[in-house]
Design a protein around this ligand. Structure first.
Ligand SMILES: [Ca+2]
Length: 404
């Protein structure tokens, strides 16, 4: 390999270096996405990629880890309210828990109906309204067994977090595959009060390039469920041509929205979200789902947006993302933190100022807590991180830069 100073090359070098660990851990993974239990991606072709030289990935800053909650089964997302109450929900059971300082835990009743819990689906993303202090408004994305779709719902949390009440459907009809594959579904609340929703392509060939379908998209809606003012036409679609968006984050002190999504057996991506853009995923083969196509197909779609970062081969399986936002993170303050499922780590990525490329990467929590699902920043620079190992073994962790 030729060494150059280009960010893309550095990123690919980092991916290659990371491959050693990937190879050693994929034996534990049952799917190509590193997600779900029957993703079926293993059926796609898997060309032999470049193997790692054996050099470990660059270690990131030292961190301290505290267990906030344990005994959970795939807590998909986690939020923290302004009083410090932490709320998480299990993907399969749809059970929500409120965890107070000191660890006291209680369930939060919410009538999701029957949650469709196959594959990668169930109760997924969760977010609090920007004005939660006064509105008590909470947003969820879940898979409905009755309606056979994925849907975004607004709720009102009781003062004591005993229940989510008064559900209001903001978006429904997001495709849900029978096997529950590629359902997304991540919610990001912007300081202006609008919601960004990352969806998956539901393992459906035509979906990502079909602007009339809400799957394989990033949606942008008001808190009433109406299209925001920068979407395509009168639809809630902000961007299209995505495979399975799992992470969304707003870069501090900027207007940059960043997304992360799973590749098939190559090329997970981190993308800068540009309204109206095509991100180049088109698995449509006469209606059939063909994954043997580029994650960003600039041959068929010359205007497709190139990824800011891609994993190359093999994939790392990104989940949630968050920006580090505290001087205690030192040189990594401002970096994007990407939770990795299959490769059991958080990869820190320093983004260029314009957000279109990654200039350096490092890893933390590597192979310490298993598969990592979601990252939520807290005031003061700490991160809440959920694990995704299943079987009642999962935790919500609090991660902070090590003192001194
Ligand atoms: Ca792409």
């Amino acid at each position: 390999m030729h060494r150059t100073e280009s960010p893309r090359t550095l990123a690919r070098l980092a991916a290659l270096v990371a491959a050693t660990m990937v190879v050693s851990l994929t034996a534990c993974s049952t799917t190509g996405d590193g997600d779900g239990v029957d993703a079926g991606d293993a059926a796609s072709s898997s060309p032999a990629g470049p193997q790692a030289s054996g050099r470990p990935p660059a270690p990131g800053p030292a961190v301290e880890v505290e267990t906030v909650a344990d005994g959970l089964t795939i807590p998909w997302d986690v939020v923290r309210d302004p009083d410090g109450v932490i709320v998480t929900g299990e993907r399969g059971s749809g059970t929500l828990y409120a965890i107070r300082e000191g660890g006291e835990r209680s369930t939060v009743e919410a009538d999701f109906g029957e949650v469709y819990d196959r594959g990668e689906s169930g109760l997924m993303g969760m977010a609090l309204a920007e004005d939660f202090v006064t509105s008590r408004e909470v947003y969820t994305c879940h898979s409905s067994a009755e309606e056979r779709d994925n849907r975004v719902t607004a709720w009102t949390a009781t003062e004591d977090w005993s229940a989510l009440e008064s559900p209001r459907v903001l978006v429904d009809g997001i495709l849900l595959s029978d096997r529950g594959l590629h359902s997304g579904c991540r919610i990001l609340v912007h300081p202006d009060g609008t919601l960004y929703v990352g969806t998956g392509d539901a393992f459906t060939g035509p979906a990502p390039q079909d602007l009339g379908v809400l799957s394989g998209k990033i949606l942008h809606i008001t808190r009433d469920g109406e299209p925001a003012d920068d979407t395509i036409g009168d639809s809630p679609v902000l961007t299209y041509g995505h495979r399975n968006v799992q992470g969304l984050a707003l870069r501090p002190d900027s207007d940059q929205i960043v997304a992360a999504e799973h590749g098939p057996d190559v090329d997970d991506e981190v993308n800068l979200v540009l309204a109206g853009s095509n991100y180049g995923w088109d698995p449509n083969a006469g209606g059939r789902y063909d994954q043997d196509v580029p994650m960003t197909d600039t041959r068929d779609f010359p205007d497709a947006v190139e990824a800011a970062w891609r994993s190359g081969d093999p994939t790392l399986a990104p989940g949630g993302i968050a920006f580090l936002d505290d001087p205690a993170w030192g040189e990594w303050d401002g970096a994007l933190a990407v939770a990795m499922l299959k490769t059991s780590q958080i990869v820190l990525m320093a983004l260029s100022e314009d957000g279109t490329s990654v200039t350096a990467t490092a890893t933390i929590l590597r192979d310490e807590y298993g598969r990592l699902r979601s990252i939520t920043p807290e005031p003061g620079g700490t991160l809440l991180v959920t694990t995704s190992n299943g079987g009642g073994e999962d935790m919500v962790l609090r991660v902070r830069p090590a003192a001194g």
